[in-house]
Design a protein around this ligand. Structure first.
Ligand code: ZN
Length: 79
């Protein structure tokens, strides 16, 4: 889904692909967006696993139900 490489400067050069559509995400506006997935969120941290995923802002906005407003995208649009 996502590949990461670092150059000698230590600055990461990354390519992100959207978890929803699989397309590459160009850096524009709120994109790329990162989503952190945590398994067994209600359990002690030693039982959890975490992974950062990437998606298009518009994809997560349309995928989320009305009961889960994505506040950070509203902030991005208002500056
Ligand atoms: Zn996408």
């Amino acid at each position: 889904m996502t590949t990461t490489a670092s150059d000698d400067s230590g600055i990461s050069e990354y390519k992100t692909h959207c978890l929803f559509c699989g397309e590459a995400i160009e850096p524009l506006g709120a994109d790329p967006c990162g989503v952190v997935l945590v398994t067994q969120w209600d359990q002690p941290t030693d039982k959890q696993h975490a992974q950062q995923l990437f998606c298009h802002a518009e994809r997560i906005r349309t995928a989320a139900s009305s009961k889960t407003p994505i506040h950070v995208l509203d902030r991005e649009q208002s500056g």
